[in-house]
Write a new protein. Structure first.
Length: 315
């Protein structure tokens, strides 16, 4: 098992997972090829439906086998394939949620425009699995900081940072800008994986992704102080992943791991809020700032939060 920890491994997902012991990984996440004829570097993405589903069942089975009794299994795909996966997973694991991730898909037919991807969340056991309440940030007016959502007229009673996360995710976007993308047809955003990892694992836990692509899951795991096992069949994607990991650093505020993207905290654990907010409560009097030795430059990437949490904002 040691040979796999914090490694980016080139090879076939099923063959490699078969070498991993039962009950040894805390979280498995798979974002397999969607069988939609996408242009991968070295993978043919258009199998017969039956062939594709049978292949998927093989790696799904391995994912469940290697996951610890306290662990979680996640699978990202289009709803069409997830219906097959769910029916198989219902036999060998425990359904928790179908997370709808609001991101524009490609039109598939002449009916409805697909507007979400799904992430199936299963656990190995019905009870005793790891789960932490997580919060996402309110969407606020960029100029005045006011919370934009009405929350049924109860805005004032809401948590100052943001609501507990539901099973519909609209605040994390696909990577559209070319400069933020690697050479990969369907790279996922790191904050998506960070949210799943914060929700179901602890520091030092092991996160495995059998279809790592250009490294999203491994980067998210490293940023959050978790160990990773990253597998892909493509040597080019393996090289990109390794390179990205070299420059990946942990993201912590007041000793708590958080998911940060473009200057905003995207996800935090509810239980960490008290400690995290201390970093943002700054006195209004400049003399007081100096006296207490508060360094505003400590979190230069998050000016927006400094603006939101003043001295009296202690909820
Ligand atoms: C949808 S992409 C994953 C993208 C990834 N989530 C990211 O954010 O970059 C699927 C990946 O599976 C890889 N792949 C296809 N067949 C494989 C196999 N048999 N074993 C391992 N990896 C495979 C492809 O090379 C591709 O990088």
């Amino acid at each position: 098992m040691k040979a796999f920890i914090n490694k980016v491994i080139q090879g076939d997902a099923i063959e490699l997972m078969r070498q991993i012991p039962d009950n040894s990984v805390d979280m498995t996440f798979a974002d397999p090829p969607f069988n939609l004829g996408k242009k991968y570097n070295s993978y043919y993405d258009k199998k017969d439906v039956d062939e594709y589903i049978e292949w998927c069942k093989l790696w799904l089975k391995e994912m469940v086998r290697i996951t610890k009794p306290t662990g979680s299994i996640f699978v990202h795909n289009i709803p069409r394939w997830l219906t097959y996966f769910a029916s198989y997973l219902n036999e060998i694991a425990y359904f928790r949620h179908w997370i709808a991730w609001n991101a524009m898909g490609a039109p598939l037919g002449k009916t409805l425009l697909p507007n979400h991807y799904g992430i199936l969340w299963y656990t190995k056991q019905p009870k005793g699995f790891k789960f932490y309440d997580i919060r996402g940030m309110h969407s606020r007016c960029r100029k005045c900081g006011i919370i934009l959502q009405d929350y049924g007229g109860k805005k004032n009673q809401m948590h100052p940072y943001g609501p507990l996360i539901s099973d519909v995710w609209t605040d994390i976007h696909r990577i559209r800008h070319k400069k933020r993308r690697d050479e990969h047809p369907c790279q996922l955003p790191v904050p998506l994986l960070e949210r799943l990892i914060l929700m179901t694992t602890e520091e030092e836990d092991i996160v495995l992704d059998p279809f790592i692509g250009t490294g999203t899951t491994a980067v998210a795991a490293k940023r959050l102080g978790r160990k990773y096992i990253a597998i892909d069949i493509d040597t080019k994607y393996i090289e990109i992943t390794k390179k990205k990991l070299e420059s990946t650093e942990p993201t912590k505020i007041n000793n708590c791991y958080v998911s940060i993207y473009l200057g905003k905290i995207i996800t935090l654990r509810d239980k960490d809020w008290k400690k995290i907010k201390q970093a943002f409560i700054i006195p209004s009097d400049p003399k007081e700032i100096e006296k207490r030795g508060i360094k505003l430059k400590k979190y230069p990437e998050m000016p927006s939060l400094f603006e939101y949490y003043g001295e009296n904002d202690h909820n």
